[in-house]
Design a protein around this ligand. Structure first.
Ligand SMILES: [Zn+2]
Length: 206
């Protein structure tokens, strides 16, 4: 009986050790690129290629930015300088963080109106614009689904909606690559971003 008790303690200690090793590895630079980049770092600081494996993301690891939304204007499309996806539900609906991260800007900018920027440890930055009100403040740590703002039409907007941007290394890419906006779900794909001559090429594989 005593032996059994002891082995349980040993097992528990081993589990704790393994868990703490794993945690410290998460913050180590130069290891695996996925999930190891600190939120405010340039993901291309030490490499020309960044991968994010969304196949490994569980339900708790992401949240759709505007529940029940429909796309009223896609990335690019008829407007060549449209750097985001316009998502619409109704005024004052909750705008939510897509992934965990840190709020790097919360305020007003021309064109965007009230806008929130979030930098994520996976290397992405997301932006949420035209809000009637920003709720998250600069420096806030957010979890997927945390409320950042309320939907509005501030800035260059003719109707209430969220201008949702996904960026990596400063460059915007079509959020449709990683979100199925028809289903309001994350696409479980592997994203690769390659930087060359100052521009970033983003592609995804199933
Ligand atoms: Zn837009």
């Amino acid at each position: 009986m005593k032996t059994k008790h002891l082995s349980l303690i040993v097992a528990a200690t081993m589990t704790l050790l393994v868990a703490s090793c794993f945690t410290s590895r998460q913050g180590t630079k130069g290891g695996k690129k996925d999930q190891t980049v600190m939120a405010t770092e340039d993901p291309f600081a030490n490499t020309n290629e960044v991968t994010i494996n969304f196949k490994k993301y569980k339900d708790k690891d992401w949240h759709y930015p505007l529940e029940g939304a429909k796309v009223i204007s896609p990335y690019g499309g008829k407007r060549p300088n449209h750097k985001g996806t316009d998502l619409k539900t109704k005024a004052k609906d909750k705008v939510r963080a897509a992934f965990k991260g840190v709020v790097t800007f919360s305020g007003e900018k021309s064109g965007y109106g009230n806008v929130v920027y979030v930098s994520h440890p996976n290397g992405l930055e997301t932006r949420y614009a035209h809000n009637v009100k920003n709720i998250a403040k600069k420096g806030d740590k957010v979890k997927p689904g945390d409320v950042l703002a309320l939907e509005g039409r501030t800035g260059n907007a003719t109707t209430e909606h969220v201008h949702f941007e996904t960026r990596i290394g400063g460059q915007a890419f079509d959020s449709e690559l990683i979100f199925d906006h028809k289903k309001n779900t994350l696409r479980h794909v592997k994203l690769t971003a390659k930087k060359s001559n100052g521009s970033v090429d983003v592609s995804v594989k199933k």
